[in-house]
Write a protein that binds this ligand. Structure first.
Ligand code: FAD
Length: 464
């Protein structure tokens, strides 16, 4: 990309344009959350507003540049940066406007979950989203979005009311139940395939202080714990959420020092009902049923604080390799797999999570959104994680072997946001099951040239 052409883009945008000649600033602009990704885009256009987004798309088209779109930069495969492409970076478009009367929030397309949580919390409100405050609302919402409030209030997409979208041809449309309903259907789970979403409008719910809980058990109890958890959680009231994890205990409070560095299985809870100490003691009494926990902790906490509690443990810049699958049951045979790979866990940060996607998320019908697994009960992810690039192959191998043994006990497809780097077209098709063909038709209408292909890609359906 010649420097003069980039200067033209610089003069056009209110935001800044960073190119390879910009040294450290370029390295900073192309770095994503997963440090395993090291790509060299032609330039990064940090768009300040909708007009900048449209200008950046036009510039890319005129200069025959590939386009990648960056929300929060958290995707496992680093989809928002590609070699020699123009990254349309929305990170300057971080803003939130809450309407407390209507209980809605309009959110800039480059915002992070923490931006939304903070502003909505000021009014005692929240909407379901993921469990890390630094994740982008963009990628998370377009993939579906699940988190601590999902059993009570559904997926993020179940609370999406409208989206402003810059399409591949540069036009701006609003997608909602009334306008461009097919596009709106596709945006709710179909990923970043259909355009650049410059703002999202969400429904909010009264959620203020919640009950955080953490329970861990010694690894020899994993069978009893999983057999208890698979019955207990789906029949618990929807305001109780708890994701199952295999992990190595972090060396910090609230854990007692004797547990630091020990392999454990556990559940991270969020109770979004009335969260005082007396009520929490009742809610969490059943954790003693499968086996005596090595540690149990519960406390009332502001919802945004629960959302941010892992941020410091897994900051930007670590090596990540992840894979996922949906599960409608936790099969007895899978329990042995979890036990084996907990025993072989390669690093202190590596982990496996089973995130519940039942409760209110099951109230939407299978055809209501592009999310194709309303019958799933858990969205599973295996993450090999390390600060040390020398561990890259070790964590990749652990993750792939674990996934290969677990996959036969899954529903066959994964949450699109838990697909890793370089997964195949078959895996994307397995994510969308019977929805794939409808998505491909919508793609043909809104992005016939597949401009937005640095995604878990849905190719436009052929003409005719
Ligand atoms: P990016 O890499 O910026 O974007 C991902 C994809 O979305 C790209 O294809 C990009 O082009 C597209 N995109 C992003 N923003 C826009 C936009 N505004 N318009 C059009 N396209 C856009 N997911 C959950 O549901 N629940 C969780 O609890 C959860 N926890 C996570 C924890 C960690 C530590 C990490 C790393 C991820 C987690 N995820 C979770 C997965 C997360 O939803 C995905 O990684 C998601 O893709 C991140 O979105 P992003 O905008 O940050 O990523």
């Amino acid at each position: 990309m010649d420097v003069t052409a980039l200067d033209t883009l610089r003069e056009t945008l209110r935001g800044e344009v960073v190119g390879p000649q910009d040294g450290d600033a370029y390295d900073d602009a192309r770095a994503v959350y997963n440090a395993m990704i090291d790509r060299r885009p032609a330039a990064v256009a940090r768009c300040a507003d909708v007009t900048d987004v449209r200008a950046a798309l036009r510039f890319a088209r005129e200069n025959e540049l590939d386009i990648a779109v960056r929300g929060g930069g958290h995707s496992g495969g680093g989809l928002c940066v590609a070699d020699d492409a123009l990254t349309v970076d929305l990170s300057r478009m971080r803003w939130v406007r809450v309407d407390p009367e209507a209980r809605t929030a309009q959110v800039g397309g480059g915002s992070q979950l923490g931006d939304l949580d903070h502003e909505a919390h000021g009014f005692g409100l929240a909407t379901p989203a993921g469990v890390m405050s630094t994740t982008g609302v963009g990628g998370l919402t377009l993939g579906g979005g699940h988190g601590y409030l999902t059993r009570a209030h559904g997926l993020t997409i179940d609370n999406l009311l409208a989206a402003d979208v810059v399409l591949a041809d540069g036009s701006l449309v609003t997608a909602s139940a009334d306008e461009h309903p097919e596009l709106f259907w596709a945006l709710r789970g179909g990923g970043g395939n259909f355009g650049v979403v410059t703002s999202f409008t969400y429904r909010l719910h009264p959620v203020d202080t919640v009950g955080l809980g953490v329970t861990v058990w010694d690894p020899e109890h994993i069978g009893d714990v999983l057999r208890w958890y698979r019955e207990f959680l789906p029949s618990a009231p929807p305001e109780l959420y708890g994701f199952f994890a295999t992990l190595v205990i972090a060396p910090e409070p609230p854990f007692p020092e004797e547990l630091y560095g020990r392999k454990m299985c556990g559940v991270v809870w969020c109770y979004s009902g009335k969260a005082d100490d007396v009520r929490l003691a009742e809610v969490f009494a059943p954790v003693n049923a499968p086996a005596r926990p090595a540690f149990h902790f519960a406390t009332p906490i502001p919802y945004p604080a629960q959302q941010a509690m892992f941020d410091h443990l897994i900051p930007k810049g670590l090596q990540w390799y992840w894979r996922g699958d949906f599960f409608d049951r936790i099969a007895d045979e899978s329990i042995d797999v979890h036990a084996t790979y907990l025993e072989n866990i390669p690093t202190e940060l590596s982990t496996m999570h089973l995130y519940p996607v039942d409760g209110a998320a099951h109230q939407a019908g299978p055809m209501d959104t592009a999310w194709a697994y309303r019958d799933a009960v858990w969205s599973g992810v295996i993450g090999g994680i390390s600060p040390d690039p020398a561990d890259a192959e070790r964590i990749r191998q652990w993750c792939v072997e674990y996934w290969e043994e677990l996959h036969p006990h899954s529903m066959g497809g994964a949450y699109v946001n838990f697909l890793g780097a370089g997964e195949s077209e078959e895996r994307v098709k397995a994510t969308y099951r019977g929805h794939y063909d409808r998505l491909a038709l919508i793609k043909r209408t809104y992005d016939p040239d597949n401009v937005f292909h640095h995604t878990q890609n849905i190719a436009p359906a052929p003409e005719g």
